[in-house]
Design a protein around this ligand. Structure first.
Ligand code: IMP
Length: 188
């Protein structure tokens, strides 16, 4: 089975390739763009992006929208995670959370648009905490300051396989494959 991922983030592409290969899904890159709308949930962003891509004539693709949700900041940065990373970076995030409860949660929504399988979304989450300083060189975004529950290492200190085992994206991929199989069987 093959899926084409729309992303400008090469780290995400690699995480999908590594995460889905053992599940029998080969991931290719689809060069396409959609404007990220302002919305309250990742799923709304994903559905709007899928609509734009379909309207642009694209078929058979998958999109990913992810974010870091911090309860003590009322869920911020959440759907604004990319903007906050771009403007403040990890150091800015550490300043924002200074003195507050450090519990946080990564979420990922994957949307699939396929002639064969139809259109659907799946989600995955990774609860954890924001630590006090950046640690590690792997990954991207907030990886150096996030430690998932049950671990002592940040995502940026993990190899990709370990990150996928604990991450929001890895968990969304775990939900994606059975949903694809279910839909394929439903067509037989
Ligand atoms: P988007 O899904 O590319 O819009 O990502 C939103 C923001 O969340 C970006 O700034 C990413 O850096 C950050 N982000 C998304 N997924 C991850 C991840 O797996 N690790 C660290 N940061 C992430």
């Amino acid at each position: 089975m093959r899926l084409r991922l729309v992303t400008s983030n090469r780290h995400k592409l690699e995480e999908y390739r590594q995460g889905l290969a053992p599940l029998g899904v080969a991931v290719e890159h689809l060069q396409a763009d959609c404007d990220e709308i302002q919305a309250d949930t990742l799923e709304e962003v994903v559905l709007a992006c899928m609509r734009q891509l379909r309207a642009g004539g694209h078929r058979d693709f998958m999109v990913d929208d992810s974010g870091l949700f911090v309860p003590s900041l009322n869920g911020f940065p959440g759907v604004y995670s990319a903007y906050v990373m771009h403007t403040l970076g990890c150091q800015g995030m550490l300043r924002l959370i200074d003195g507050l409860d450090r519990k946080a949660r990564f979420e990922c929504c994957i949307g699939v648009c396929s002639d064969e399988l139809g259109e659907f979304t799946v989600t995955g989450a990774s609860p954890g905490r924001i630590i006090h300083e950046e640690r590690g060189m792997e990954g991207f975004g907030y990886d150096p300051i996030f430690v998932p529950d049950g671990q002592e290492l940040t995502f940026a200190q993990m190899d990709m396989g370990t990150k996928n085992a604990y991450s929001h994206r890895g968990r969304a991929m775990q939900a994606l494959v059975p949903e694809m199989r279910r839909r394929m069987e439903g067509r037989r």
